[in-house]
Ligand binder design. Sequence first.
Ligand code: ZN
Length: 272
Amino acid sequence: MEDLSRLCIHTVTTKPWDIERSIDEYARAGAGGITVWRDALAGRNITDVRRRIADAGLTTVSTCRGGFFPSVDASKRKAALEENREVIAEAAELGAPLVVLVCGADPKQPLTDSRAQIVDAIAELAPEAEKAGVKLAIEPLHPMYADAKSAINTMKSANDAAEQIASDFVGVAVDVYHIWWDPDLETEIARCGDLGKIFAFHVCDWRVPTRDFLLDRGLMGEGCIEIPTIRGWVEKAGFTGFVEVEIFSTEYWSGDQAEFLERIVEAFKLHV
Ligand code: ZN
């Protein structure tokens, strides 16, 4: 049997399943890891979820997500910091070593201001994250989200921010969906590796045509992203962690999740 020990699945990928079902099914499919989206924890005792994950033999890779730091409004920036402190505490309680950050952007101010606020916020949180034993990964988001979701849109921008913050607990999440188009990708992935800051690797595919810019991510192999090439760069840069399948898709969510999981495992073997 093919080794699936480095396969990790994000709970959002099988959104119709609750966290308990997701844990059981991922383990049964042979996956080694799980990334927990915070909405899946609503109303749950975190310690119980932690135990169930461990009992299933899965590793908790990260939680998604923190971030959304910038705002023209100082009180909102302060509230975002507080929220992220809760996210870090929750990750620690769950036993997750990493929180993925969607950094945010406020269209009412220049991107440069949003970027500066992101760096300030993460720099403030870094010592607290270190104390909690939880790392923070800046995920560069595709530039189509630069208006309101993230002012960090390239690997270079994420590397620059992480380098400026200069904490061992702050790095980068490399998600192929967001950065596959970047002509500097290979160079910046290598740089990220040299900095010791590749904290996570997320895969899915870019459907052609993409019918919705949030909820139409493809299964690996059905789009135009050169996933094995990018994985090769990431691993050449020293990354040995999990390959995380993160797919938001109204189409797949509307179908049978057990069949979808089988297809994920097949696609992981063939196209990653
Ligand atoms: Zn991602």
